[in-house]
Write a protein that binds this ligand. Structure first.
Ligand SMILES: Cc1cc2nc3c(=O)[nH]c(=O)nc-3n(C[C@H](O)[C@H](O)[C@H](O)COP(=O)(O)OP(=O)(O)OC[C@H]3O[C@@H](n4cnc5c(N)ncnc54)[C@H](O)[C@@H]3O)c2cc1C
Length: 362
């Protein structure tokens, strides 16, 4: 393995969707000598495990700050996808068909009506559909459907293609991507970052960004500053194959979802389990996902299962992303805790964190 460079201007720790998006945004703003350090390979963890749904409206109960940011990030996707396509030739398969949210019980129906009321009052794009209208859009939905909402602006992206495009883009932009290398600790002198210690040597830098997903809290620091605790929340996924594809929309219910991919894969998710770093699929997890997917569409019963996997969503103490400058240590930035929404929030996170870094250097 080649030796690593001893210094960089900015070191980004973690090559998931968040680290890669920040690296690209910095390089596009003209920041030179950016080094991204990834323990395994880019996109090895949660970012590849995700379903790629960009759904700020589907589950939102109120128009709070998080909701506003999430909508802003979703709305950056068309230009983000076009720019990545131009830079790399990779189509990230942004699918703007929209999302159908099914009510499958009377209780679900009360919930979706509440969601429809506040969102239509806020003049957000949402339609209340009859069962017949929903079935006309997606004939595969269950006979038990009692109502549905259509969210035309809640869309999806092929997140694994997104990761390939980002890795390709940052490579072309001259970011130094160092793989198979673990950052063990930050080196802090006084109240300033002066470098990072990796298992392959030390890299001097004046800016370090912690974008290490569920492992962010393991990076040690020689200063008393406490790096935020991030807890992994396991999500399992089942991948079916449907040729021809069963649905055009993402179909969501309060208990599960189906996400159609262009190549015939049909993703069914997911679970939400606080089981530490145990990143494997379980019989119980797969059984729950399939039960919830069959509730949405009994038509999946005859489809082959072609893959299963699990990933670890990075969750902060309050469930919200931890973004921006560390108050105690100059040169330290956080971009972690994206929990269930890292793919959705990536474009905005890239913009916000890169701008904060650039302005701190002025
Ligand atoms: C089943 C499932 C479904 C999901 N569906 C969606 C969805 O539909 N929409 C959505 O928006 N989000 C979804 N998510 C959430 C999304 O995947 C995460 O929020 C997002 O991937 C977090 O990105 P990240 O870059 O912070 O973390 P990660 O992708 O986990 O990347 C962190 C990287 O840091 C590296 N690393 C860790 N420690 C170190 C170290 N010390 N040194 C060097 N490298 C290190 C890791 O190897 C890893 O590659 C889903 C997640 C799961 C598990």
């Amino acid at each position: 393995m080649a030796s690593i460079k001893g210094s960089a201007n900015v070191v980004i720790i973690g090559g998931g969707v968040i680290g890669l998006t920040i690296a690209r945004a910095l390089a596009l703003q003209g920041v030179r000598d950016v080094c991204l350090i990834e323990r395994a390979t880019p996109g090895a963890e949660a970012s590849s495990a995700a379903a790629g749904m960009l759904l700020p409206q589907v589950e939102a109960d109120a128009q709070d700050d998080f909701f506003t940011l999430a909508c802003q990030s979703r709305d950056l996707y068309p230009s983000f996808a076009a720019a990545l396509h131009e830079e790399t030739g990779i189509d990230i398969e942004l699918d703007t068909t929209g999302t159908l949210y099914l009510a499958l019980t009377e209780h679900d129906q009360q919930e979706i009506e509440k969601r429809y009321e506040w969102q239509s009052r806020a003049r957000l794009p949402v339609e209340l559909l009859s069962v017949a209208e929903a079935r006309e859009l997606e004939p595969c939905i269950s006979e038990s459907t009692v109502g549905a909402l259509l969210f035309p602006n809640d869309i999806q992206v092929e997140n694994r293609r997104l990761l390939s495009a980002l890795a390709n883009s940052v490579n072309k932009l001259g970011v130094d991507i160092v793989t198979q290398t673990n950052v063990d600790s930050l080196i802090v002198q006084g109240n300033r970052v002066t470098g990072v210690q990796t298992n392959r040597g030390r890299i001097e830098c004046s800016v370090a960004v912690i974008a290490a997903g569920s492992w962010s809290g393991f990076i040690k620091s020689s200063s008393p500053c406490k790096i935020p605790e991030i807890e992994p929340v396991r999500g399992q996924m089942v991948c079916l194959e449907a040729r021809p594809q069963l649905t055009r929309h993402v179909i969501y219910s309060p208990r599960g979802y189906l996400v159609p991919r262009r190549d015939g894969r049909l993703l069914a998710g997911s679970t939400s389990e606080r089981v530490g770093f145990a990143k494997y699929v379980t019989a119980g997890g797969i059984s729950t996902i399939l039960r919830n997917a069959l509730e949405i569409s009994p038509a999946i019963a005859t489809l082959p299962i072609v893959d299963t996997w699990a990933g670890l969503r990075p969750m902060s103490a309050d469930g919200l992303p931890v973004l921006g400058r560390c108050d105690e240590i100059d040169g330290l930035f956080y971009a972690t805790g994206h929990y269930r929404n890292g793919i959705l929030l990536a474009p905005l996170t890239g913009e916000l964190v890169s701008k904060a870094i650039v302005s701190s250097k002025r």
